[in-house]
Design a protein around this ligand. Structure first.
Ligand code: PEP
Ligand code: MG
Length: 756
């Protein structure tokens, strides 16, 4: 292939064609001529999507009879592969590629090399532009870039409807209207329906060719300045001085933001005649391609960072700032995002936000913890959601089954509505139990409290009629904040929660951060990062070492509870001395306040979680010290079975109703008999009916559960006759059946206890 004409020349010529008042077909014919001339390629062809297949629309070099005859399915042949994967192919020997498909009518057998780029419109491939050559060779970067630029111009023509006329129609890759069901990983269970809204609104590049190159250069300079200021401002936040993963990310951002190579390449693209937006996008495409070829996971991570930064630059330059939250939600919404931060989620209107679908996401992501607390179903790892859905499409999220239905048919809606209605009916029945105190048939009062962590959760107390908050996860405030919450801020939250609880009991658990609930501003440095975070430096272990952290929290809690009762619970206590040490920090702070004659809580009680099995072996030593013990079955199970609670592969493997757990819980319950210490349960297990039934049979009478479970558990309690249940549970534990779950279900049915 001979020397490549300057990119600017190609652009100018393409621009002339674009502006011309000729038929669309003529324009396409001219485009292939220009590219073939410029790249002195023997073949240049344009395929466009029509009726779902890629059709040859224009060619220089292939058999002209093949135009409007040769058609490839998306995914078929090299052209179809480019469209399907939305990626560039650069092949010295086309036949060697596994997807190569020979079409005799084209007469392409003599060509060896092949390069093709997708023509993308609204994140979908609507066509492919390719060149071929007899000589086997890989195409140079400048040649690929020329193709990519041309593809951008073609998509601009498409956007402006300049390639459609009487004889010439094709699919705009326009929003599919077909129903599609995608699978994902359940992150937060539940059902939701609404219209798709992209968290990051798409940036449409509607002008590719610059009218004034100098003006474009200035625009990109200013955008770079602004972006660098933003990154520098983030780095100046004092919390970033302490090391940790966040700092690393920020360092990478900084490195890219100041990378001369990146800005130079964008400037070169502008020199070639592109607008600032098109230049940023073009450079990004090139980097994406390079990184794909390198195939190194570490580099892939960096690629992610650069992609993020490139998007930020594009937003700044185009003035399209802000997420969908800042524009407000107008109807019931299913939010679509690659990933979300917890703070970003909290910016949305809770009344309108019905569900979240993520391309990525993992069970332990902070956003998932927050979404669960907000009662918003979340489905993660839904591959391709961003390109398969259009803004405004109707979506059904079934996060119980792990599916998302795009553009559902009427029967699908009907089936979904029926399920929804059933859920609502049940909820209405539960709502009627709001003011009913839960007594078993034999007259035992069961305490039903809720787990909470956000200010808004407290409203669930009134809605459900729960007895109080048995677990307030104070770390939520830390997780949703980008900086360490100061004492005043902590105090305000705790005071608001106590105010809203209006005299009902609230048990504040001191921060359970570290490990997988890592916060950037407290993280240890990377060299020491926990390999096994659940068993690592977390919760009370971290709080006792970072004594300042617990001191501040103690002061905030003591001040917030002035004139009321304060209940404090410590997480992850493994040995009684840890409880003593934590309590001492509180008592010192209380003394400090007393000396200054500040108003104190009316009473202070201390308790701890039982979630590390070792503590169960020393209950006799612990009980004289505490007012209450709350069993955290989430962690307890993972430690008892050595099974990571965040690993989806193990999620179904160990049953809460296994004899090992039930016997363990039975032992704990028996060890408490005769003691004044209150025993409760606050893991997820307590919110499930069959599990709660088993727990009541083991003597547990205090439950702290997710708010949605309060109604169902209250209803269950009213059906139970404890003496019978207790006897039955003891029998089962003595001689465990092969399937404990089945045996308990059978007993419940025989006793007229509904379970779902
Ligand atoms: C538990 O471990 O059971 C618990 C309630 O605490 P968390 O889920 O916050 O670890
Ligand atoms: Mg726990």
């Amino acid at each position: 292939m001979s020397a490549v004409a300057s990119a600017r020349q190609i652009l100018t010529r393409l621009h002339e064609v674009m502006a011309g008042r000729t038929h669309a077909q003529h324009k396409l014919d001219r485009v292939v001529d220009i590219i073939a001339d410029a790249l002195t390629s023997e073949v240049c062809s344009i395929y466009l999507l029509r009726e779902g297949a890629l059709e040859l629309y224009a060619t220089r070099g292939l058999n002209p009879e093949a135009v409007h005859v040769t058609r490839m399915a998306v995914g078929e042949g090299l052209t179809g592969t480019i469209a399907k994967n939305i990626e560039t192919l650069n092949l010295a020997e086309a036949r060697a590629h596994p997807d190569f498909l020979y079409r005799p009518e084209t007469g392409e057998e003599k060509y060896h090399s092949f390069a093709g780029v997708p023509i993308v419109y609204r994140e979908r491939a609507v066509g492919v532009l390719c060149v071929q050559h007899v000589e086997p060779r890989r195409y140079e970067d400048v040649e690929i870039e020329a193709l990519q630029t041309t593809a951008m111009i073609l998509s601009e023509l498409i956007a402006h409807k300049e390639l459609v006329d009487g004889e010439n129609t094709f699919d705009l890759g326009e929003a599919s209207t077909e129903t599609e069901i995608l699978e994902g990983l359940t992150l937060v269970k539940g059902l939701a329906a609404g219209a798709a809204v992209f968290h990051q609104p798409r940036i449409e590049i509607d002008q590719v060719v610059a009218e004034d190159v100098e003006a474009e250069r200035q625009r990109v300079y200013r955008a770079f300045d602004k972006m660098r200021d933003q990154i520098d401002a983030m780095a100046k936040e004092p919390e970033f001085g302490k090391g940790g993963e966040h700092v690393e990310v920020l360092e990478t951002y900084k490195m890219f933001a100041y990378d001369e190579g990146w800005s130079r390449r964008i400037n070169e693209a502008i020199d070639s005649g592109l607008t600032a937006e098109a230049a940023i996008e073009r450079v990004q495409q090139r980097t994406r391609m390079r990184m794909r070829e390198i195939d190194d996971p570490l580099l892939a991570d960096r690629m992610h960072d650069l992609e993020d930064l490139s998007n930020r630059l594009l937003r700044i330059v185009s003035g399209q700032l802000g997420t969908a939250a800042s524009q407000g939600l107008r109807r019931d919404t299913i939010l679509i995002a690659r990933n979300l931060g917890p703070a970003e989620l909290l910016e949305y209107d809770r009344r309108r936000l019905k569900g979240v679908v993520l391309e990525e996401g993992s069970l332990t992501a902070h956003v998932v913890i927050v979404a669960r607390a907000m009662g918003i179903p979340v489905l993660g790892r839904v591959h391709g959601i961003n390109s398969k859905v259009s803004e405004g499409d109707e979506i059904l999220v079934d996060a119980d089954k792990g599916t998302v239905t795009l553009r559902p048919s009427q029967p699908m809606w009907d089936a979904f509505d029926a399920r929804f209605a059933k859920t609502r009916e049940k909820q209405a029945a539960y709502a009627e139990l709001r003011d009913v105190e839960p007594f078993t048939r034999d007259g035992t009062r069961i305490t039903v409290m809720i787990n909470a962590g956000l200010r808004d959760d407290v409203s669930a107390l009134q809605l459900t009629g729960a007895d109080g908050i048995g677990l307030f996860r104070t770390e939520f405030q830390f997780l949703v904040s980008s900086t360490l919450p100061q004492r005043e801020r902590q105090m305000r939250l705790y005071r608001d929660v106590l105010d809203a609880a209006d005299g009902k009991k609230v048990i504040f658990r001191t921060v359970d951060i570290g490990g997988d609930k890592a916060v950037p501003y407290l993280d240890n440095n990377t060299a020491e990062r926990d390999e096994n975070p659940a068993m690592g430096w977390r919760a009370l272990r971290l709080s006792l070492e970072r004594e300042g952290l617990l001191k501040v929290q103690a002061r905030a809690l003591l001040e917030a509870a002035a004139g009321r009762q304060l209940s404090v619970m410590f997480p992850m206590v493994s040995e009684p001395w840890e409880f003593d040490a934590a309590k001492e920090i509180f008592e010192d702070q209380a003394e400090f306040l007393r000396e200054r004659r500040r108003q104190m809580p009316d009473s202070i009680e201390y308790g701890c979680m039982l979630e590390v099995p070792s503590l169960a072996e020393v209950l006799d030593l612990l009980l004289p010290k505490v007012s209450f013990v709350s069993v955290g079955t989430n962690d307890l199970t993972q430690f008892l079975f050595a099974a990571d609670r965040a690993n989806p592969k193990l999620a179904e493997r160990y049953d809460w109703l296994s004899p090992a757990i039930l016997r363990f819980l039975d032992r704990v319950s028996k060890a408490m008999v005769g003691s004044k210490v209150r025993l409760g349960i606050c893991g997820e297990m307590g919110g499930r009916r069959l599990e709660a039934l088993a727990l009541m049979g083991l003597g547990y009478t205090r439950f702290s559960i997710t708010p949605a479970a309060v109604g169902p558990i209250k209803e269950l309690v009213r059906k139970v006759y404890l003496p019978d249940l207790t006897k039955h549970m003891q029998r089962l534990l003595l001689n465990p059946p092969a399937d404990m779950r089945a045996a308990l279900t059978e007993w419940a049915e025989a006793n007229d206890i509904e379970l779902d």
